[in-house]
Design a protein. Structure first.
Length: 173
């Protein structure tokens, strides 16, 4: 039978219980109570049952406590999947979005997620779902709102002349 892992530090069972009562994280409190049982000298199986885990998991948490202390008993955020595009590809995509599509070469007047998914596939050989393209755009700092496309034949002078102007109110009113 393997030797039990020792708890390192000067905390006793009462200190573990006090830390568990002060903790705002439920998982950390359960783990502290299990470590309190270990510090009392209870068997590992009983201590694991108190913490709602098995003995191997308790062993892993003892290692985390020995390495990081009480704060090591808090769940860490999982890193998640890595981005499929490299930093250079993301920068190139951001520049492409910033400049906007060319109606002649791209065949669209504004970028949609479907269009960007196809551009990403054609340029980088990476497949994305439409929702993933939306998340990627958000990570790049773009919002889902887009400016209305402007016709190439619009003339600014004609538009200002067409706008209605209200007469100035008379001073008597």
């Amino acid at each position: 039978m393997a030797r039990a892992i020792e708890l390192i530090g000067e905390l006793d069972a009462a200190d573990f219980r006090r830390a568990a009562s002060l903790s705002r994280d439920a998982g950390q409190s359960r783990r502290l109570l299990a470590l309190a049982a270990v510090a009392e000298g209870r068997c590992r199986e009983e201590a694991a049952r108190i913490g709602g885990m098995d003995r191997q998991t308790l062993r892993d948490w003892v290692h985390r406590f020995n390495a990081d202390g009480v704060d090591g008993l808090i769940d860490r955020k999982a890193p998640g999947a890595r981005c499929k595009l490299t930093a250079e590809q993301r920068a190139e995509l951001a520049g492409l979005i910033e400049t906007g599509p060319d109606p002649k070469t791209d065949g669209v007047v504004r970028w949609r997620r479907v269009d960007l998914r196809e551009v990403i596939w054609q340029r980088f050989g990476v497949t994305y779902h439409e929702r993933s393209v939306s998340r990627l755009l958000h990570e790049l700092g773009f919002s889902h709102m887009s400016a209305r496309p402007q016709h190439t034949g619009q003339d600014e002078r004609v538009m200002t002349a067409f706008k209605k102007t209200l007469p100035t109110p008379s001073p008597r009113q």
